[in-house]
Ligand binder design. Structure first.
Ligand SMILES: [Zn+2]
Ligand SMILES: [Zn+2]
Ligand SMILES: [Zn+2]
Length: 162
């Protein structure tokens, strides 16, 4: 399992001044745009896509450059403040300061997602670890399929013959 610096704080707050120092330590300039990205992230909880973050930054400053937002997200992920997962469309979703590692279930029909806690996800990938010696990255695991509601809706409404 990937070892990530533990930055989870019980209150769910991040020391943003520390983030600024860490970004500078990476040799990146501390700009108004980067500050704005952090402001947007500070107001964000749960799952959010990169394009949603770009949109929120643009609401604050229409001159926001998407490449700057994405580059900053990459750096913040390297620093352990964010993690990403993938949705059915392959698009990346970011978790702001994930409190616990978890995998995802996503329904292809209704698009809803559920979180699978580490223990449950572990039991899914355990046989793979045993047969292939493969250590899965749980936070990166998204299982696509159909949820219980969509499965029973399909059973109740048989498709018309083509
Ligand atoms: Zn990925
Ligand atoms: Zn569904
Ligand atoms: Zn999640």
């Amino acid at each position: 399992m990937a070892v990530r610096p533990d930055r989870s704080v019980a209150s769910g707050t991040i020391a943003w001044t520390q983030v600024r120092d860490e970004i500078r330590a990476r040799g990146l300039r501390w700009t108004a745009q980067r500050r704005r990205i952090l402001e947007v992230l500070e107001a964000t909880r749960g799952h959010v896509t990169g394009s949603e973050l770009v949109e929120r930054c643009r609401e604050r400053d229409p001159a926001t450059t998407p490449s700057t937002v994405y580059r900053t997200l990459d750096v913040l992920e390297e620093l352990g403040y964010l993690s990403h997962s993938h949705s059915a469309a392959g698009r990346e979703e970011f978790h702001v300061m994930p409190e616990a590692e978890h995998a995802h279930l996503q329904c292809r029909v209704c698009g809803r997602t559920w979180e699978l806690d580490a223990d449950e996800a572990e039991s899914v990938v355990d046989p793979v670890a045993r047969s292939h010696g493969f250590a899965a990255d749980l936070g990166h695991l998204t299982i696509l399929g159909r949820c219980a509601v969509c499965v029973s809706a399909e059973a109740a409404e048989p498709r018309l013959p083509a």
